[in-house]
Design a protein around this ligand. Structure first.
Ligand SMILES: NC(=O)c1ccc[n+]([C@@H]2O[C@H](COP(=O)([O-])OP(=O)(O)OC[C@H]3O[C@@H](n4cnc5c(N)ncnc54)[C@H](OP(=O)(O)O)[C@@H]3O)[C@@H](O)[C@H]2O)c1
Length: 249
């Protein structure tokens, strides 16, 4: 763990940092020496737990509530990061939701809610990141391998993540001259509540058996890749989608 003074450390905002993949990313970036702002939507206890785990390991973090689709709340979250720690060097946009339905039966109100978080939320967070990341900074969006895998039932969710990938690739080019990288990480099935909720054991076992590595991904698997992308070794990776899924096709 770094012994640098707080004001000299790089600063990361992790949306969805309170649970699942985002929580592990927040923890990993704190271990890498970042001061971390842990974003969450409503579950304050989970966000506080994430912060305490980082502090217990010797890192520095604060929790900040913001609905990622609300531009005023997200702007306030970035204001807080800048006012408390002096700037923003990494933004990892992990907040997201999933709902599954065959397209023929899709509830269009649910589609709107999904798109509000996953698409509008990505535009809102990425807009702030584009305006505020310091030179040398990095933005990582979370997509999903289902964009390519085309599993039945994932139509609305995969379409929302297709949008995330389009935004990622275009923003990387729009930020020419800023010394800021923009990439997406696209996990396969990863053992978090978002993936496990509503699935029976047989479905989970079937999905876990699909990658050649024959297991589900873990939040640690994904956090390691994000750590690489926002760290010095990942500096030459820009405008890419990294399918991080154990080789599932
Ligand atoms: N798990 C997988 O298999 C998998 C695979 C591919 C891609 N992904 C993507 O990876 C990302 C993280 O997924 P996960 O599995 O870690 O999910 P998760 O365990 O369900 O955690 C979701 C996180 O997002 C936050 N969140 C949800 N809606 C929000 C909103 N409107 N505004 C702000 N924060 C919001 C939640 O905060 P609260 O607790 O406060 O609600 C929570 O911290 C998502 O983008 C997901 O689509 C996951």
């Amino acid at each position: 763990m770094t012994t640098q003074p707080l004001t000299d450390r790089r600063v990361a905002i992790v949306t969805g940092g309170s649970r699942g993949i985002g929580r592990q990313i927040a923890r990993q970036l704190a271990t890498d020496g970042f001061t971390v702002v842990v974003g969450y939507a409503g579950n304050k206890d989970a966000a506080d737990e994430a912060v305490h785990a980082i502090e217990a390991a010797g890192g520095a973090a604060i929790a900040a509530r913001a609905d990622v689709a609300d531009e005023t709340e997200v702007a306030a979250l970035f204001d807080l990061a800048e006012a408390t720690y002096g700037g923003v060097d990494a933004v990892v946009h992990s907040a997201g939701r999933m709902s599954l339905s065959p397209i023929a039966d899709l509830d269009l109100d649910e589609l709107d809610a999904l798109y509000r978080t996953n698409i509008r939320g990505t535009f809102v967070v990425d807009q702030q990141a584009a305006r505020r990341l310091r030179p040398g900074g990095a933005l990582v969006n979370l997509s999903s391998s289902v964009v390519g895998l085309a599993f039945p039932g994932y139509g609305a969710y995969a379409a929302s993540k297709g949008a995330v990938e389009a935004v990622t690739l275009i923003l990387a080019r729009e930020l020419r001259g800023r010394d800021v990288t923009v990439n997406a990480v696209a996990p396969g099935p990863t053992a978090t509540e978002l993936f496990l909720d509503g699935k029976d054991e047989e479905t989970v076992a079937r999905l876990a058996a699909q990658p050649p590595l024959e297991r589900l991904g873990t939040p640690e698997d994904i956090a390691g890749v994000v750590s690489f992308l926002v760290g010095p070794a990942g500096r030459w990776v820009n405008g890419q989608v990294l399918r991080t899924n154990g080789g599932i096709v």
